[in-house]
Design a binder for this molecule. Structure first.
Ligand code: GAL
Length: 819
């Protein structure tokens, strides 16, 4: 085999050009099934029956996560967010038999339900689906009454000790109903690829899987390709077969790329003579992927380093609830950091995330599982693996294989079968084969955290690309000795921890701190973790490595490492450092406020000149003569001014900063980092100002001032206009300022909110990982000067007025227009 491997020339995807409509089939036959449900938290024997008395149940529109309502309690597991996610939850909904559905298929699609969903219609059992992250669909037509009311009932039973993080609880993704012809495109029945792409033309290859009785009928399938401007650029019509395929040519194709993610749309119409039986819209993109052992990754022929982040599925204070705007904002913040790729650790993502990545030009590694047969926690997915894994991973690939953003399939993360040559190889091969049976246009990967274990046994060679978790020192010769041919990616890196705005002096390594916070000097992590600098350095030395996926972009609920008292592999409760209940790993906190690390990545991953300085400049009685001041910048040189006086210039890459380092296999106890510039300066109230220079010219600057006492609250909505659709969000930053308008970096004032008009409070938060203050509330304490108010639009237009008050501070108000 040559060392240059795997060329994946492809294109892809699905859904309408209208971004708000996500899942395929996106057609006139699909409607939201989210409204008008009733919810009951707890057991409800007999609740599947049509005539069950649900009059005391609470009205609940979907998507919904019952656990995020809290309360946080030490009787729950901090590893899973310290929230009541386990138990039984029931949903019921009464709906009329859809008009015109006689003789049709009535399909109900759950984009995801947490966990082990069982579904009944009119008292009859329809089916179940254990995995909470997978989309599933039932044809319920045979259970429906000919006309009038029907009842659908859903029981969910998320179990305690079933997850290593906060999974959420409830029907937390969208639900749809379709009334379709019995002869139609099957669920995820459209597969679009682009086997040949040049600047002049792209071949668009389509395979359509039809369902229904085609015998004797004169059925045809008509294909139309629309370019990004909505113009038809290719058409073809084929006689229908169970598998119908066609090839179309698109001239002068506009590429799907990171900078300009052009999207095409395929319209598939199933016709019987003049009659339209079915229409399906599938979005796709035209792009090429190349993965090479020696040269790394190229998108459309251009070498592209993966600047990736691992992301869990939760949306911080909103919980696991899927919300397009929440995900869009998360991705926007990640893009500002310089991110070009996301790993959906460690499960299939929402449709919304993939639609947004298609639209925003973000590459996605879609991951199937965190566990196979061997348990990581007592009640994990391993219980279902044998019966469901094939179905789950194949459904994942079928659902997502038209997305141009999806460029790698991961069959697992840190799977414990790494310890077993036989099981590891067998299951990895099996899962790899399942993926390849449905898509050979993208490579497979898997995140391995043991070394050399899975490399020596051959397990790592079962997938196309070896994902190395936390092994920067093994890049190059060490791993190549085992894997001479397969490209390698840093599938999980760094795992540095920090709390926004917290600085502990002096800069030193510790495991935990009595404050239950972690210093933001960006040096602390669990034993397998290391500062971002180590990975940057390893990647510089090994340009053939595809890139990295930082653990993590955003903080997430649960896994409060280094607190909790347990390491990553132990099974039980993690409550030794209660109330630490959410992660410290993020470069950005749970509310979306950047921590210092955000800027460290930005300094490495972006080109627009930037400079950042830390810590804050509000010290008192430190007991230290000097304060370490650090700058992160992508400029050549940075100059620090303390109270207007220059403290000197530092040259990036030449003036090094010593940072303590200690992690498995690292031989020294420090690193001389070329990614940080530093000064030790005595504290005197005033300001810190940094200026970044390129070729000797000032191009970027940042100043932080010593703040006086908190004097006022300042509200800044990220969006002043919302869609009046009942789900759009405005994230309102709440900042505590002194009388001059300076940011108060240590303020913890409690702020109370009053919201009126065409919107409500969706949640509040402040990024503090160690508090039991509820997310669903009308007040919040600032954490190091900031808190967040998340406003959700109502379903009617109008003004939303917000007032924020805090004892002894000047109040503020803001207004948002819902249209
Ligand atoms: C990894 C694991 C992640 C997370 C991380 C924390 O080993 O894959 O899910 O637990 O450690 O550092």
């Amino acid at each position: 085999m040559t060392r240059v491997m795997m060329m994946f020339f492809v294109a892809l995807t699905m859904a309408l050009a209208v971004p708000a409509i996500a899942a395929e089939p996106s057609s006139e036959y699909r409607e939201s099934f989210n409204d008008g449900w009733l919810f009951h938290n707890g057991e409800a024997p007999g609740a599947e029956a049509s005539d069950f008395d649900d009059s005391q149940w609470r009205p609940q529109d979907l998507p919904h996560d019952w656990a995020i309502e809290g309360p946080f309690d030490i009787k729950y597991n901090a590893r899973c967010g310290g929230l009541p996610f386990h138990g039984t939850g029931w949903y019921r909904k009464t709906f009329d038999t859809p008009a015109g559905s006689k003789g049709k298929a009535v399909l109900v699609t759950f984009d995801g339900a947490m966990y082990d969903a069982h579904v009944w219609v009119n008292g009859q059992f329809v089916g179940n689906r254990p995995y909470g992250y997978i989309e599933f669909q039932f044809d319920i037509s045979k259970y429906l009454n000919d006309e009038g009311a029907n009842t659908i009932a859903v029981r969910l039973t998320p179990e305690d000790l079933s997850s290593r993080w906060y999974p959420g609880a409830g029907i937390y993704r969208n639900v749809w109903i379709d009334v379709r012809n019995p002869v139609r495109v099957d669920q995820w029945g459209t597969f679009v690829t682009t086997p040949q792409v040049t600047d002049q033309a792209a071949t668009v290859s389509v395979e359509t899987t039809l369902t229904g009785d085609l015998t004797g009928a004169d059925v045809q399938v008509k294909y139309e390709v629309f370019d990004p401007n909505g113009k038809v650029v290719a058409t073809s019509t084929k006689p229908a077969a169970e598998k119908t395929s066609t090839q179309l040519t698109v001239n002068d194709p506009m590429r799907w790329d990171i900078e300009s993610p052009h999207l095409y749309r395929l319209k598939t119409t199933v016709l019987s003579g003049e009659e339209t039986l079915d229409v399906v819209q599938s979005r796709f993109g035209i792009r090429t992927l190349e993965f090479s052992k020696d040269k790394g990754f190229a998108l459309n022929g251009k070498h592209t380093r993966i600047q990736g982040v691992c992301l869990h599925h939760d949306n911080g204070p909103l919980g696991a609830i899927v919300n397009r705007r929440a995900i869009e904002r998360k991705l926007q913040i990640m893009k500002q950091m310089g991110v070009n790729s996301v790993r959906t650790s460690h499960n299939p993502p929402s449709n919304e995330l993939l639609d947004l990545c298609d639209e925003m030009g973000i590459l996605v590694q879609v991951e199937a599982f965190d566990v196979w047969m061997k348990a990581k926690v007592p009640n994990g997915y391993n219980k279902f693996f044998e019966e469901w894994a094939e179905r789950d991973i194949k459904d994942m690939v079928r659902r997502d294989r038209n997305h141009p953003s999806v460029f790698m399939w991961s069959i697992g993360n840190e799977i414990l079968e790494q310890a077993s040559k036989e099981d590891g190889n067998r299951i990895a091969k099996q899962l790899n084969d399942y993926v390849k049976s449905l898509d050979t246009t993208r490579p497979t990967t898997c995140g391995f955290n043991w070394y050399p274990g899975p490399y020596a046994t051959g397990m790592a060679g079962q997938v196309d690309i070896a994902g190395m978790n936390y092994k920067p020192l093994a890049y190059g010769d060490p791993v190549n000795a085992y894997l001479p041919n397969n490209p390698v990616v840093g599938s999980e890196t760094s795992s540095c921890t920090s709390s926004r705005g917290v600085y502990h002096l002096p800069i030193e390594k510790y495991q935990t701190h009595e404050s239950k916070q972690v210093t933001s000097y960006d040096i602390i992590g669990p034993p397998w973790a290391y500062p971002p600098d180590i990975e940057f350095d390893a990647l510089e030395k090994h340009p053939e490595i595809l890139g990295e996926y930082v653990w993590t972009g955003f903080d997430y609920l649960g896994e409060p490492t280094p607190y909790g008292g347990k390491d990553n592999n132990t099974n039980g409760y993690w409550n030794e450092d209660w109330p630490s209940r959410s992660s410290y790993f993020g470069a950005v906190d749970l509310c979306g406020f950047p921590k210092d690390r955000f800027y460290l990545y930005q300094s490495q991953w972006t080109e627009e000149p930037m400079v950042h300085v830390l810590p804050h400049w509000n010290w008192e009685n430190t007991g230290h003569d000097t304060i370490p001041v650090i700058a992160y910048s992508n400029c050549d040189e940075v100059e620090l001014f303390v109270n207007g006086e220059s403290a000197g210039r530092r040259i990036k890459g030449k003036d090094l900063t010593k940072i303590p380092v200690k992690f498995n296999r690292y031989e020294k106890d420090h690193l001389m980092s070329k990614y940080r510039m530093s000064w030790d300066v005595p504290f005197a109230p005033g300001s810190l100002r940094v200026v970044g220079y390129l070729d000797g010219k000032p191009v970027a600057e940042k100043e932080i001032k010593t703040a006086g006492a908190p004097a006022r609250v300042k509200l800044t909505p990220d969006r002043e206009e919302l869609a009046a659709d009942g789900s759009d969000l405005s994230y309102v930053t709440v900042r505590i300022e002194d009388a001059e308008g300076n940011f108060c970096p240590l303020a913890s004032n409690l702020v109370r909110f009053t919201v009126d008009g065409a919107g409500t409070i969706a949640a509040v938060g402040n990024g503090n990982a160690a508090t039991t203050a509820p997310f669903i509330a009308n007040q919040r304490e600032a954490f190091n000067g900031l808190c967040m108010l998340i406003i959700k639009s109502a379903k009617h237009a109008g003004e939303i007025t917000i007032r924020a008050e805090s004892d002894g501070l000047q109040a503020d108000h803001a207004s948002i227009d819902a249209k």
